[in-house]
Design a protein around this ligand. Structure first.
Ligand code: HEC
Ligand code: HEC
Length: 535
């Protein structure tokens, strides 16, 4: 199975150019959603032979469930792959857009499973009630479940389809510890329908809400694990009722350019799916707009390496004055540094709290560039950042020593590459903490954010040492990025074993004679053969 869904559900550059060639962009934005009519026609043409249209616009099974664009893409992929449905890329896009709009999810219904759409690597397992983690969370993430809405009768059919399509399911699931089929075929459909029903007030309200226009100027900030914070502006233009084009002028904390652009489709009025470039690399964007269209947040990731990416937070440039971020978020006592206060409407003087002196070097559309001096004797702890009449606590900390390092993620999986298969890398960062003694002698930890450290790997246990996993499983670079080795039998290894490994990832920060160390657990395992849009 080879999924190219990221680029399928975000619009390619060529598609936008073609669209603009035929439709006047300004006029298109005002038109009623023509793709809705095109979508209905396409479903009638390509689906209704098997899924009867029982009432106008109502199709057997299809109209009995709601899901995300990625969820629809997966189902239709199966219709093509298993049931012989033939569709061009254009027809496929039209159908996914239509179904995501008329049979979609409301923002609140996406919250729990959003991490999977954003392809966040090593995300903790979703907490769901009953015995869903055991019954449904052993083969794929529970996001696949939590991003589907249907009645009990359809949940039952989905379970039947699982067993029909994968007759060895119970063994694969390792479910000899439970009576899988008994539970799945009796109580589970009703439990699932109670948690994830077809009809909801949230969807009724969302479906009838006018869609926000996301065009305009935006302030952006975010974080690329391994590379650090970035900030700048975005200019978003509307190209038709659900298509946008964006240009980004961004910088990393050290001033390095991180510019980009993208073309996006906005599904269901709030689900931004873009493809473009950032810092010269091809990326996909999975963002979500707030209900009033004032905020866009999510994650972007590299094409072909979804595990590598960054957080994204954008707010409209126009609006009430606001401090949004401070870069860097921690300042060492006894230093002078360039500090960016990201925010809008930042007028008046700046104050970063006791022990600091801040001077405004430049005013920019995304905020202020400051030169900040921190006294050698400044007390460690959080500082309130004030600009004119607005302020924000907890965005900036002062420290003298890094007292603890926490490597994130604490547990990670990387996968070997090989042949045409790209490896799945693992990105780590070392989060620093310093201790602050409070009023009654109470010690509390102040988070300092990602710190520069020296990275190394160690065997996780005696078996890993004996197998020489450190030598064979891959390499960790000094940005905290683990690059796995090639898969397949390795004649250099004992028993020609695969290059899998069980490792500690170690972050070390030395100041003078003292060293602070943090560790995480990394498992390097076999290749990832399939890349479904909802893992
Ligand atoms: C050749 C017959 C055929 C055509 C055409 C067809 N389907 Fe299906 N569809 C099936 C069968 C059989 C099942 C039940 C087995 C399964 O789920 O794979 C099914 C199940 C489904 C389901 C419920 C399963 C789930 O997991 O959500 C949906 C939704 C669906 N189809 C959507 C579509 C859409 C959309 C189209 C048109 C693009 C389409 N189908 C075209 C045969 C077809
Ligand atoms: C043995 C492994 C396994 C178990 C256990 C399992 N699934 Fe799946 N599930 C799969 C696979 C494989 C697919 C992808 C099927 C495809 O589209 O070809 C899938 C797909 C899905 C989908 C998407 C369907 C679609 O139309 O694309 C949903 C929703 C889902 N599973 C829910 C569940 C629920 C609910 C349970 C528990 C009752 C469960 N799964 C248990 C393997 C499993």
């Amino acid at each position: 199975m080879h999924w190219r869904v990221s680029s399928l559900i975000s619009c390619g550059v060529a598609a936008v150019a073609a669209l603009l060639g035929t439709v006047d962009a300004a006029h298109a934005a005002m038109m009623p959603p023509a793709p809705a009519r095109a979508g209905l026609t396409a479903v009638q043409a390509h689906c209704s032979a098997c899924h009867r249209e029982t009432a106008p616009g109502h199709f057997d099974r299809i109209s009995e469930e709601r899901k995300t664009p990625e969820g629809w893409a997966m189902t239709i992929f199966r219709m093509q792959n298993v049931h012989g449905v033939r569709l061009t890329q254009k027809q496929l896009r039209t159908i996914i857009r239509y179904l995501s709009d008329v049979q979609g999810l409301a923002p609140s219904e996406i919250r729990a499973g959003r991490f999977a759409l954003e392809r966040r690597p090593n995300h903790p397992i979703l907490k769901l009630p009953y015995n869903l983690p055991v019954m449904c969370g052993r083969c794929h993430s529970l996001a696949r479940v939590a991003l589907t809405r249907q009645p009990a009768s359809e949940w039952r059919k989905l379970i039947n389809f699982h067993v029909g399509q994968f007759p060895f399911l119970e063994y694969q699931d390792g479910s000899r510890d439970i009576r899988w089929w008994k539970i799945a075929s009796t109580q589970l459909p009703a439990e699932l329908a109670k948690l994830f029903p077809l009809h909801s007030a949230a969807w009724r309200q969302w479906r009838n809400r006018p869609r926000a226009d996301l065009a305009g100027e935006w302030i952006v900030h975010g974080d690329t694990p391994g590379r650090g914070d970035y900030y700048g502006t975005a200019l978003i233009k509307r190209k038709s009722w659900d298509r946008y084009g964006a240009r980004y002028v961004l910088h990393y904390a050290n001033g390095a350019a991180f510019d980009g652009s993208s073309d996006a489709i906005v599904y269901t009025g709030f689900q931004w799916r873009g493809t473009g470039t950032l810092g010269g690399k091809s990326v996909h964007e999975v963002y979500f707009a707030s209900a009033n269209g004032a905020r866009i947040g999510g994650r972007w990731f590299l094409d072909g390496h979804a595990e590598i990416g960054g957080d994204w937070d954008a707010a409209r440039i126009a609006g009430a004055a606001k401090v949004m971020a401070v870069i860097p978020g921690a300042l060492k006592a006894g230093t002078r540094q360039r500090v960016i206060v990201v925010g809008r409407g930042l007028r008046g003087g700046v104050d970063l709290g006791p022990g600091t002196t801040a001077r405004i070097v430049a005013r920019r559309p995304y905020g202020l560039i400051l030169s900040v001096r921190v006294n050698a004797h400044a007390a460690p702890g959080y500082r309130t950042v004030r600009v004119g009449g607005v302020w924000k606590s907890d965005l900036l900390a002062v420290y003298r020593r890094v007292e603890r390092l926490e490597v994130q993620p604490a547990f990670a999986i990387a996968r070997l590459g090989g042949g045409t298969l790209a490896p799945v890398d693992a990105q780590f960062q070392a989060i620093g903490y310093t201790n602050v003694v409070g009023a009654h002698g109470k010690v509390s930890a102040v988070r300092l954010g990602a710190m520069p450290v020296t990275w190394s790997v160690e065997p996780f246990n005696a078996e890993a040492a004996k197998r020489e996993d450190v030598r064979f499983a891959g390499t960790l670079n000094q940005d905290g990025l683990f690059l796995p080795a090639e898969g397949g039998p390795d004649p250099k290894r004992r028993f020609s074993a695969d290059n899998t490994g069980d490792l500690y990832v170690v972050a070390t920060r030395k100041t003078g004679k003292t060293a602070v160390v943090g560790k995480a657990h990394l498992i390097v395992t076999v290749q990832r053969w399939i890349h479904p849009p909802i893992y």
